[in-house]
Design a protein around this ligand. Structure first.
Ligand code: GDP
Ligand code: MN
Length: 378
């Protein structure tokens, strides 16, 4: 889950990281009001869940409240990379001496968190990473030990940070680590961390990604979710506790278990088909969940056939069949459906589906071939 800049910076500030004073506005009038409160120059920043806002014109400095209102009007009417801007952050403007990049993420290959830092921060960091990767320092963290003072000093020296900032930089890096760790983040990033003309380090921008699988223990963070960036089908799926990922093939898949869902997608491809989605209805899914899954699959106009592959264990095949029948009454699907049910109560399930004009199959290979053929014939 992505957090907005203003949310990330609020979290950072709880960990002692200096951020500019500022607040979020949903209207230009509010933006003006905030600018009046702050006094002086402000920066008006689009709050959208994509990178590169600055380059897209979504970050602008205003000299007074009137200009802040005008810029907020403009920015609030923008779409940035397809996402509508619904809020702006109005921060006191900073005078920048230098822009530093500082981020923590997981290095999957090393199986450890890694700190990345560069003296060449700012909007061109991707370019720096591509053209001169040696300008980005990487230091791994032992998650059991956390960040040690020698590491913060190594990094500060590595980016040629003047000595006077080392203490403050060390505190910021430790705060960022704690924010990353405590919130089960997969990314905590400050770009830019600036040296201001009045000789302070300030986090001017902030970005956090939170591991979805850890959200159950962070209800406060879950509430911060902005569903604007998600496909509507994924939002709907989350509501029913289904794991759904939209893909671009034409065979809709409904499977119980993530591993079986992966295997089902593989075998579809093996027989020349392409899955329209990954969908794990989970263990023990009842009729209501199955019906929701069916609606979600059928909402995709690319779907030309549906493959239902259920290996009944905790999930009972008769419950799945009941869900399918409910869903078919509700959504009246007009695409062929291939069903393979095995395991707990498979007999009962098949009997229930006997009158429900579905193509049945005994094995996964047979089911996949029938689904691919049905999608082609449709
Ligand atoms: P991003 O483009 O989405 O990463 O948005 P940022 O918040 O990082 O802003 C982009 C760039 O705008 C920064 O790298 C700065 O160069 C500039 N910027 C942002 N805030 C201020 C500010 O308060 N004062 C000045 N002078 N420039 C700013
Ligand atoms: Mn930035």
């Amino acid at each position: 889950m992505k957090l907005h800049e203003y949310q990330s910076k609020q979290i950072f500030s709880r960990y002692g990281i200096p951020i500019p004073r500022g607040r979020v506005a949903a209207t230009a009038g509010e933006a003006r009001h905030i600018a009046e409160e702050l006094g002086g120059r402000v920066v008006v920043k689009a709050q959208v869940l994509v990178g590169g806002r600055g380059k897209a014109g979504g970050v602008k400095v205003a000299k007074d409240p009137t200009e802040a209102e005008l810029l907020a009007t403009q920015i609030l009417s923008m779409d940035i990379k397809g996402l509508p801007v619904r809020k702006v952050l109005v921060d006191e403007a900073a005078a920048i001496e230098q822009e530093i990049y500082l981020g923590i993420t997981n290095d999957r290959a090393a199986k450890k968190p890694v700190i990345m830092c560069s003296a060449a921060g700012g909007v061109d960091i991707e370019e720096v990473a591509r053209v001169s990767p040696e300008k980005i320092i990487k230091v791994h963290v032992n998650p059991l030990l956390g960040i040690k003072d020698y590491q913060t000093r190594d990094i500060a020296a590595g980016i040629d940070l003047p000595r006077e900032y080392w203490k403050s930089f060390g505190d910021i890096l430790k705060g960022l680590w704690q924010a990353f760790e405590d919130n089960d983040a997969t990314l905590a990033e400050i770009n830019p961390l600036i040296i201001s003309k009045d000789k302070r380090l300030i986090a001017l921008d902030g970005k956090m990604l939170i591991d979805d699988n850890a959200l159950f223990r962070h209800p406060d963070l879950s509430e911060m979710r902005d569903t604007d960036e998600d496909a509507p089908s994924e939002v709907e799926a989350r509501k029913y506790g289904l794991t759904f990922i939209k893909l671009d093939g034409n065979v809709g898949c409904m499977v119980n278990g993530a591993g079986l869902a992966m295997a089902t997608m593989d075998i579809l491809k093996f027989f020349g088909g392409a899955p329209a989605n990954f969908l794990d209805i989970g263990g023990g899914a009842g009729a209501e969940k199955v019906a929701a899954a069916m609606r979600i699959i059928l909402a995709d106009p690319n779907v030309k056939a549906i493959l239902i592959n259920i290996f009944g264990g905790i999930t009972r095949c008769d419950e799945v069949a009941k869900g399918l029948i409910t869903a078919m009454e509700e959504v009246r699907p007009n695409v062929p459906m291939v069903v393979r049910l095995v395991g707990t109560n498979a007999e009962e399930g098949r009997a229930m589906l006997a009158n429900a004009s579905m193509i049945t199959a005994e094995t996964l290979a047979e089911a996949a071939q029938k689904a691919v053929a049905a999608a082609k014939g449709a």
